[in-house]
Design a protein around this ligand. Structure first.
Ligand SMILES: [Zn+2]
Length: 137
């Protein structure tokens, strides 16, 4: 244990002297030579003058925020496999459509044109839904 982390037996006496404004000469001499009591004096003086007056957030509010964050992180973690599956399905759909268009062209040019138009509308709809649902928009 380092000397800095050790506390002095007279720290509470030092803090009490600051609170009561009753600092004896002997205690002043001790504080001058004791690092621990010097820090306690500085902190007690800061609290006494209001320098250390800061607002701490409400514990209930912090707990609620942490709960919301935990739920959001759980939901995001649960959605990751679904997002991967969605992207794989989209890629497979595009590949299948690309393979189906030549086959449809052999049957009928109008059928192929209709299929391309339908797939274009479907792709634009899916892209717009994906864009609207993205949280970083
Ligand atoms: Zn001391």
């Amino acid at each position: 244990m380092s000397e800095r982390s050790m506390s002095c037996k007279r720290e509470s006496e030092t803090i009490g002297a600051v609170r009561t404004a009753n600092m004896t000469g002997e205690l002043r001499e001790h504080i001058a030579g004791c690092e621990s009591c010097g820090e306690a004096l500085a902190l007690a003086a800061a609290f006494a003058t209001g320098m250390a007056d800061f607002e701490t957030p409400d514990a209930g509010l912090m707990w609620h925020k942490m709960e919301l964050r935990r739920k959001r992180e759980r939901a995001e973690a649960a959605m990751r496999p679904a997002i991967v599956a969605e992207r794989v399905a989209a890629v497979l759909m595009v590949v299948c459509a690309a393979l189906a268009v030549p086959w449809l062209t052999e049957i009928s040019a109008a059928l192929s044109l209709t299929a391309v138009a339908g797939l274009t509308v479907l792709g634009l709809s899916a892209a717009s839904i994906y864009w609207l649902a993205s949280p970083k928009r």
